[in-house]
Design a protein around this ligand. Structure first.
Ligand code: FAD
Length: 512
């Protein structure tokens, strides 16, 4: 059942993100019984299990030196219930597959990760994924009705929302006060166990969502679906400086857009034909009628007449697709850059309170200048959530130290602005060592208590969320002289997967 061939292990050594770590073995379970058997085997032989979907997660939660458990293929059942507006999806089913099946009934899963073509149901729940439409419809968390899991002792359970049962972990009144006090008040958060949401709902499901494979292995997800709004309109608004963009965001959020995205000039420079502005906001508005949607866009444009230097509007879905092409072209452009500007996701997911958005982007630019590492900045402006790709020259001496400096400076900046290090990608290995700085030692102790309650032997994804003792954000990089050695043809194919975002590729194929 465990594949230990060197080429197979190499094919699973990388995910999206910056790491390359050779696993001890790979397992490809075909059903729930296989997963249960793997858990028992892991308990007996003290093996670490690393649950994995498509491998598109950024912070290294999908790689490690234990056994990779590839759940991207064996769990592909999908049933839509149009009357109850639900979908029952195996862990392997992607966001796109759920939506393709729901569309004929006029339904959809509203949060829309840009990785929806390949992100699996298991992976999205495990990271509490999100997307442009989260500004209006919330993250994946709001749309999960139940999860079927295999626990660290091999028990299979269906954990439902509304079942007000803390499961293996309970909070005292003092803990609740601590959580209320210490959890940052950002609009999005995928940084550690969601104790704030758990305290609010009392439902164990809120601990499991966003637990990044460290508490249980998800085999099935019950999704809640929503009717597709009939009409849509939108605009692209260009600004001459950061301040006017940041000032415009609260006005735009008050109009309840279904998406409000930021593209900074540091990113726009890589997109041919992008407008020449300091920053661009892309707005999408969904309403019950075309007139209502257009009305909101008109209000948005009128309200910002003095502030914008560039305006384009769209009155239907086709027009909007056209406006948003600049957003779609940005990521592939970055991933194709040469080693002198290698795009690395190191500080890629910080989220701050909305009123700190301008200060965060300005701070990012300053820190990047100081460390001599160019950055490309974009993100979900309406949620104060900013993606940053670091673009170091990996052919120059000292780039790794500069990268570490950038990581530390951005961490300081986020703490100063009361932000969180991850809005949607998760903590993974990358950010495990800084969580305590954001939440303080008492909350970190609660995180450890949660982990111990669910996984006392620490067989599920050790080193993720709860840091390993030798934690370093820049150890085990896939780039540079120190990268683990794997067969060159496999390294080339993994790079190609990354460049073309072909994460749906069965990883076993890369080994053959
Ligand atoms: C081009 C690109 C664009 C992206 N855009 C977005 C975006 O818009 N929004 C967003 O939120 N993310 C985005 N991501 C990140 C990524 O796609 C998401 O984090 C996604 O949810 C990961 O799904 P996956 O199936 O690839 O999971 P993996 O990467 O395989 O795993 C991610 C984490 O989930 C755990 N996990 C996976 N499956 C299970 C399971 N069945 N049971 C328990 N734990 C499990 C893993 O252990 C790991 O910690 C993007 C990535 C890329 C490459």
């Amino acid at each position: 059942m465990l594949l230990t061939d060197a080429r197979v292990r190499a094919a699973y050594a990388e995910g999206a993100g910056i790491y390359r770590i050779l696993p001890t073995a790979v397992a490809i379970p075909e059903n729930q019984d296989d997963v249960v058997a793997l858990v028992h085997q892991a308990r007996e032989s003290h093996l670490a299990l690393i649950p994995r979907g498509a491998g598109s997660g950024m912070p290294g939660g999908n790689v490690g030196n234990g056994v990779i458990v590839d759940l991207s293929a064996g769990f592909s059942d999908l049933v839509i219930d149009p009357h109850r507006r639900t979908a029952r999806a195996g862990a392997s089913v992607s966001w796109a597959e759920v939506n393709d099946a729901a569309k004929p009934y006029g339904l959809r899963l509203p949060p829309d990760p840009s990785s929806g073509a390949f992100a699996t149901s298991g992976g999205m729940v495990a990271t509490n994924a999100a997307g442009p439409r989260t500004v209006r419809y919330g993250s994946i968390r709001s749309w999960v009705e139940a999860v079927e899991v295999v626990e660290a002792d091999g028990t299979v359970r269906l954990v439902k929302r509304g079942a007000e049962n803390g499961g293996k972990f309970a909070l005292t009144a003092a803990c609740r006060r601590l959580i209320a006090d210490r959890f940052p008040k950002t609009r999005k958060n995928s940084s550690g166990y969601a104790l704030d949401r758990f305290a609010e709902s009392g439902g164990e499901i809120d601990l499991l969502i966003g637990s990044e494979g460290t508490l249980a292995i998800i085999t099935q997800v019950h999704w809640r679906l929503d009717p597709i709004p009939p009409d849509v309109a939108g605009a692209a608004l260009g600004f001459a400086d950061l301040e006017s963009m940041a000032d415009a965001v609260p006005h735009l959020v008050s109009l309840q857009p279904s998406a409000l995205e930021l593209l900074d000039e540091s990113l726009l420079q890589f997109v041919p034909d992008a407008p020449k502005v300091a920053c661009l906001l892309l707005v999408e508005v969904e309403r019950e009628t075309a007139a209502a949607a257009r009305g909101v866009v008109d209000d948005a444009v009128r309200g910002l007449k003095q502030a914008v230097t560039h305006v384009e509007t769209a009155v239907n879905r086709a027009g909007l697709e056209q406006l948003w092409s600049v957003r779609r072209e940005a990521s592939p452009a970055l991933s194709r850059l040469p080693p002198t500007q290698r795009s690395l996701q190191l500080v890629e997911d910080g989220c701050v309170p909305l009123n700190a958005l301008g200060a965060y982007v300005a701070g990012l630019r300053a820190v990047a200048d100081r460390r001599g590492i160019p950055v490309a900045i974009f993100g979900h402006a309406g949620d104060g959530h900013v993606h940053v790709n670091a673009l170091p020259d990996t052919t120059r001496d000292g780039w790794r130290d500069a990268l570490r400096g950038l990581f530390d400076d951005v961490t300081d900046l986020l703490i100063r602005l009361h932000g969180v290090p991850s809005g949607e990608h998760g903590v993974g290995r990358l950010r495990a060592g800084i969580l305590e700085r954001f939440y303080g030692p008492e909350v970190m102790q609660l995180f450890r208590d949660v982990k111990r309650a669910y996984d006392p032997l620490s067989i599920l994804n050790p080193g993720v969320i709860i840091p390993a003792t030798d934690w370093s954000p820049v150890a085990a990089l896939k780039v540079g002289a120190g990268a683990a050695v794997i067969p060159e043809d496999i390294a080339t194919r993994l790079r190609e997967v990354e460049r073309s975002a072909a994460w749906a590729t069965p990883k076993l194929e890369l080994a053959h």
